[in-house]
Structures are given as structure tokens and as C-alpha cells.
Design a protein around this ligand. Structure first.
Ligand code: C5P
Length: 231
């Protein structure tokens, strides 16, 4: 059984490199996230190959459309056999409920993206959305929970207050993770694995600190060790 809390972001721009990289990891020590770029390029065949290597796959396509279309897309994604998919909470409760219903009885887990971290207060005002990003994130996360979703993607820095509001069983999936000595890359608000776990994160999405490491498997093991000692 895989009890690792790490989801490695497989952010590569070609299938061969992505698969070769995945093969250097150990499917008992992590899960894998495939996003829009790689999926658009390599499609369901890549997912199948990753699953054949033993990985649980999080297909990060962030569906956002009318309820009927999102439900159909969720159903097809689930039939690929992926472990988890996501939708935008901003699609509203009808869309979230339709997505949830499409996965009833299936093993695929469903989470929501609340606000994109690229959106600041001014971007939201421009769209006519008032209130602080923190409050909006909280409202969208609780909406996703009421609609029966399994969790949300959120910053590790927001996880503590969401954990308090949403209770212990709601999954909080946190990106922007860096060890204290890692390069921050383009991430502005980072947290260490220890901080993320202490704030109540369920799974940590980690990309470049593992994918760009000279020894990815060792980096993965180091992250897992840090997480285990923070639990
Ligand atoms: O390489 P790095 O660890 O920064 O990668 C983080 C992954 O998490 C990327 O795939 C990125 O798109 C994703 N992500 C993020 N911030 C969010 C949501 C997703 O960095 N708010």
C-alpha cells in the first residue's frame, strides 16, 4: 500500500522525458500529477503507461464548464482509471454536484481548485468579485465540501484555517512546497513539508525540488522522511 503524502508534479514538455523520469521514482513512495501541458501532448496513453509503472495518477485538468459537460468529462477521466481529478469550485454548486454524481460509485477522488494563486485582490475586483482572497478561498472550499467533494487544493499557509473549518476528513492538497535549502523557483509563498503537515495538509504537491534534483529518488525519500517525522 502507498501511504506517502507526496504527489510529484510531472511537469515535462515531452512524453519520453516524463516517462523516463517517472521510471526513476518508486511508485510506493509517491503519486504523480499530470497537468494540462503533458496531457494535451501525450493524452490517455501516457496515463496508461504511468499506471502500468504502478503509479496512482492525479489528472490535474481543472474542469470548468456547464454541469453536463463537466460531468461527462469527469466520467471519461475516471474511466481512464486515474486516482484523482479536479474541477474549479468557481463553476458553482450545480457543476460541483454534477461532477460528484458522475463519480458516484467510482474509485476516482474529486477535489476542487478554489482561487488560482495567480489572482490577487485587484484581479478579483476587475471581475466584480469583492472580499479578500482568503475569505473567498474559504467560502469556495466549504462550498466544495457541501457538494460532497473530497477536498481542495490550497496553499499550505491557508491549510491551518481550512482544516479548522472543514474538519479532519476533508483533503487539503498543498503545492508550493520547498525544503529550507531548496531554490524557491517562481513560487512566492512557500512552505516546508513540516509546516504543511503541521497545518493539516493531506497531500503535498512537489515538482522541481524532485524533478530537477540530481538524485530524484533520494530527494523524494528525504521529503518522505521529513513528512513522516512531522506527522
Ligand atoms: O515545481 P513546483 O514544486 O513549484 O510545482 C508545483 C506544481 O503545483 C506545479 O505543477 C504547479 O502548476 C502546481 N500548482 C502550484 N500552485 C498552485 C496550484 C498548483 O504551484 N496554486
Amino acid at each position: 500500500m502507498n501511504d506517502s503524502r507526496i504527489i510529484v508534479a510531472l511537469d515535462f514538455s515531452d512524453q519520453g522525458t516524463a516517462l523516463n523520469f517517472a521510471a526513476t521514482l518508486d511508485s510506493r513512495l509517491c503519486r504523480i500529477k499530470v497537468g494540462k501541458e503533458l496531457f494535451t501532448l501525450a493524452g490517455p496513453q501516457l496515463i496508461e503507461k504511468l499506471m502500468r509503472l504502478g503509479f496512482d495518477v492525479f489528472l490535474d485538468l481543472k474542469f470548468h464548464d456547464i454541469p453536463n459537460t463537466v460531468a461527462a468529462a469527469c466520467s471519461v477521466a475516471s474511466s481512464l482509471g486515474v486516482w484523482m481529478i479536479n474541477v474549479h469550485a468557481l463553476g458553482g454548486s450545480k457543476m460541483l454536484l454534477a461532477a460528484r454524481q458522475a463519480l458516484d460509485g467510482k474509485r476516482t477522488r474529486l477535489i476542487a481548485v478554489t482561487l488560482l494563486t495567480s489572482m490577487n485582490h485587484d484581479d478579483l475586483s476587475e471581475l466584480g468579485i469583492s472580499g479578500s482572497p482568503e475569505i473567498i478561498v474559504q467560502r469556495l472550499a466549504l462550498l466544495a465540501q457541501r457538494c460532497g467533494l473530497d477536498g481542495v487544493v490550497c496553499s499550505a499557509l491557508e491549510a491551518a484555517s481550512l482544516r479548522e473549518k472543514a474538519g479532519k476528513d476533508f483533503w487539503l492538497i498543498t503545492p508550493s512546497i520547498r525544503s529550507s535549502n531548496d531554490n524557491r523557483d517562481d513560487q512566492a509563498r512557500i512552505a516546508t513539508p513540516t509546516m504543511a503537515i503541521r497545518n493539516g495538509a493531506s497531500y503535498l504537491v512537489i515538482g522541481r525540488p524532485i524533478t530537477r534534483s540530481p538524485d530524484p529518488l533520494k530527494a523524494l525519500q528525504r521529503f518522505n522522511d521529513e513528512i513522516v517525522s512531522a506527522l
